[in-house]
Design a protein around this ligand. Sequence first.
Ligand code: ACO
Length: 323
Amino acid sequence: FKRSVVVGCGSALPRKAVTNAELEAVVETSDAWIAQRTGIRQRHIAAEDETTSVLGIKAAQAALADAGLGVDDIDLIICATSTPDNTFPSTATQIQAGLGMHHGAAFDLQAVCTGFVYAIATADNFLKAGAHRRALVIGAETFSRILDWSDRTTCVLFGDGAGAVVLEAQDGAGASSDRGVLTTQLRSDGRYRDKLYVDGGPGSTKTTGCLRMEGREVFRFAVGMVTDVVEAAFALTGTSAEELNWFVPHQANKRIIDASADKLGIAREKVVITVDRHGNTSAASIPLALDVAVKDGRIKRGDLVMLEAIGGGFTWGSALIRW
Ligand code: ACO
């Protein structure tokens, strides 16, 4: 049988970082309000030339370099995004072209903030089935382009960026049989579609539209529901919060992350937090956080790492990985 093993990771951020204090000039807000309610201190905001695919290409190149691989070694690209450069073609094919890759398959996947976890699950199943050998799994977003910059309840929360991992199908019977994606748990419930959505699109206003959110409802659902996918992953693999080395949740809000970790019995020092410097980058937040924690030496080969996310739909999910 096969296992999907992470063999490299990388990320990319827009050049410009915007502090909370700088947002005080845009909407009636304060550094204190934003930091206290969300844990966010700054976010990166893309310039005109820094599109989702441009950030995705940079993250993919960094992940390939980290893995010591080239595009010829990759035969699948999955890009999780809700902010594609164009309605079509997919951002994944634009990244494929940007990498100079002319073989294999590339497609986008959209599950909003849960996108990266959905993309890991999808790539894992493609690799386990033997359909592909190595996948670039990317989360890339420019949420700054779908924000209503006059709405202080949403515009202070989000940022732009991209992250990527390389997943490789390895023989599970080999020496590295304990490494790889151990399980993925995906859920969605479309009854909550109006709690967090974009009010545009080809079938409605024919414009791109802006993000709309009932913040309190999202908060309640995020803390209330997220635990089921993590508990299911522990139960299915016979692992536990105590055995976990790192919890890398979607970076929406420090209060949601803290409450979820406490509820799951995961010690605070095992939680990777990057929302303070990246804001909420939707599908990019987990691979961005992974790259930070791998590069600063926290996440090491053999560590047990739990990814978890919740996003619009609602969608939510977890991925348990032996790094
Ligand atoms: N600056 C200053 N004041 C603000 C701001 C702001 N940026 N935004 C809202 N306020 C005001 C409100 O107008 C309100 O004022 P009022 O009492 O005079 O009416 C007051 O602050 C409190 O507003 P609430 O919305 O009740 O604040 P709350 O404590 O719920 O915090 C927040 C808002 C941070 C959005 C919270 O609900 C939250 O974290 N929700 C989760 C949403 C989230 O993280 N979404 C991310 C996307 S979803 C995802 O990634 C899964």
